[in-house]
Design a protein around this ligand. Structure first.
Ligand SMILES: NC(=O)c1ccc[n+]([C@@H]2O[C@H](COP(=O)([O-])OP(=O)(O)OC[C@H]3O[C@@H](n4cnc5c(N)ncnc54)[C@H](OP(=O)(O)O)[C@@H]3O)[C@@H](O)[C@H]2O)c1
Length: 297
């Protein structure tokens, strides 16, 4: 029996959760094998059952993701359903049977972004794309059928993850500008970025205090991608002449809520966590990059 099972332990969020446990967890990977991780395919339900039944975790963190994000879900809806709905239901049911808690990572894309004020946890949902619809349906199924759960809605998560195949926005910016390539950042896409370690700490505090339910875990600051990228250039020492404003809404951005803010008052009221400002989160990311460059974990 183990305390923590992290599914997707070599992804951005899964790795950050694992780092907080300092090795005291069982973690899974899929395409990129890692010595201390067990290989598992979430779409292979028999394999998942075997691993959950063998380890009998008390808490299972569902941090797997389909690479390619929103656009891939639109292009491959059947595969998207396997990842973002069928696998979630399978794992949640297995957790229920073994009296484990499931921590499900959901998204701000369950909303349409039309509300003028930040969305609260119980606001009406209206997803605009397949990814958001699947997250929303998986949430509803969990709320209806599962005893112990946390549904964490988050967005614009960033951090330094050098081995990733799905770089986050700030990593993309860093990689492009480092090789002196122009980077276009949208002035019309707004959100509340969160530093991945803040997200991991908040999730773990919710688990330690045995909370149940839906929580919005996002940073305090509501900014557009261009402003965010501009701060990142300053903090990470990147040449701002390669950063350009993108004011024209791309076709694949039409299916995304453009200006969506989540209200994080509930988590802040119930937990001791405080969230890094944009500047301080980026500074922590920079320190992390330096630590890893110097061979420390
Ligand atoms: N990042 C964000 O800004 C954000 C915002 C809102 C919600 N979320 C949600 O948070 C979760 C984690 O996101 P992330 O950004 O941390 O993801 P990520 O960095 O892309 O990592 C994805 C993880 O999923 C694993 N994986 C991929 N296919 C798998 C399969 N068939 N079976 C088992 N594992 C598989 C990958 O393992 P390998 O690399 O070994 O294949 C990797 O560990 C996702 O559910 C996502 O929807 C993320």
């Amino acid at each position: 029996m183990v305390n923590n099972l992290i599914i997707g332990a070599n992804g951005l969020i899964g790795r950050a959760i694992g780092n907080e446990f300092k090795g005291d967890f069982i973690g899974t990977c899929y395409n990129r094998s890692e010595n201390r991780l067990v290989r598992m395919d979430i779409t292979n339900h028999a394999e998942v059952k075997k691993i959950i039944n063998k380890n009998q975790p008390k808490i299972c963190y569902f941090c797997a993701n389909l690479s390619g994000g929103v656009n891939r879900c639109e292009k491959e809806p059947e595969l998207a359903k396997k990842y973002h709905y069928d696998s979630v239901i399978n794992i949640a049911e297995l957790c229920n049977r073994t009296n484990a808690k499931i921590v499900f990572l959901s998204s701000d894309y369950v909303f349409d972004g039309k509300k003028e004020y930040p969305y609260k946890e119980n606001d009406k949902k209206n997803p605009l794309n397949i990814y958001g619809k699947l997250k929303s349906e998986a949430e509803e199924w969990i709320v209806k059928n599962i005893k112990k759960y946390l549904i964490i809605r988050t967005t614009n998560v960033y951090g330094w993850d050098p081995k990733t195949v799905t770089p986050n926005f700030i990593m993309n910016l860093y990689k492009q500008i480092k090789i002196r390539k122009k980077f276009k950042a949208q002035t019309y896409l707004f959100g509340n970025p969160i530093y991945v370690r803040d997200l991991a700490k908040a999730i773990i505090e919710l688990c330690k205090t045995d909370r149940n339910g839906i929580y919005h875990i996002v940073g305090d600051h509501f900014i557009n991608r261009y402003e965010w990228a501009d701060s990142a250039c300053r903090v990470l020492g990147l040449d701002r002449k390669y950063l350009e404003k993108d004011n024209k809404i791309l076709a694949d951005h039409e299916i995304r809520p453009q200006q969506i803010s989540l209200d994080n008052a509930k988590i802040k009221n119930e937990c001791s966590i405080s969230f890094s400002s944009i500047e301080s989160g980026l500074t922590k990311m920079k320190n992390e990059m330096n630590r890893l460059k110097n061979g420390k974990s």
